[in-house]
Design a protein around this ligand. Structure first.
Ligand code: FES
Length: 147
């Protein structure tokens, strides 16, 4: 059974424009029927689910495309084994994102009520005061300084 772009969108819970966008980016493919209407194989639903979950994890469309390219069966949907392999590879990335957000939250606590927005001392811009040893002022914005 084949699906129209609207049916895919409805089943996936996204707008049809998202399905057309994924196709334009080469993440999913369709073919044209005799009436020149776009038609998708049912397996596209699992592929779209994969894309939506990967986006939620924070992967860019380029990273998602690269992950889909590793599938041994080309255009087909990721199997359970594919999903386990790819999602396991994302675990360190998620843990890093969680750590970055935790630090950001801790630093934000120091900013609330401060308002200095100082490029050399704001905890959000300069966590752990890493730039202090490079001098005063906006050292990161000085084009003559080596990075
Ligand atoms: S606004 Fe002052 S430390 Fe961030």
């Amino acid at each position: 059974m084949e699906l129209s772009v609207g049916e895919v969108a409805q089943r996936a819970g996204v707008n049809p424009s998202a399905i057309r966008f994924y196709e334009a980016k080469g993440l999913i493919t369709s073919h044209r029927n005799s009436g020149n209407q776009r038609r998708f194989d049912r397996s596209v639903l699992r592929r779209v689910s994969f894309i939506l979950v990967a986006q939620r994890v924070g992967l860019s469309l380029g990273e998602i495309a690269a992950a889909l390219e590793t599938l041994p069966h080309g255009e087909a949907a990721p199997t359970k084994a594919d999903w386990q392999r790819l999602s396991e590879a994302w675990r360190p990335r998620l843990e890093l994102q969680i750590e970055i957000l935790r630090r950001l939250k801790d630093n934000l606590d120091g900013c609330i009520g401060c308002g200095c927005l100082s490029l050399d001392s704001c905890a959000l811009y300069n966590p752990d005061d890493e730039l202090a040893e490079l001098g005063s002022g906006a050292v990161k914005l000085d084009p003559l300084k080596d990075d």
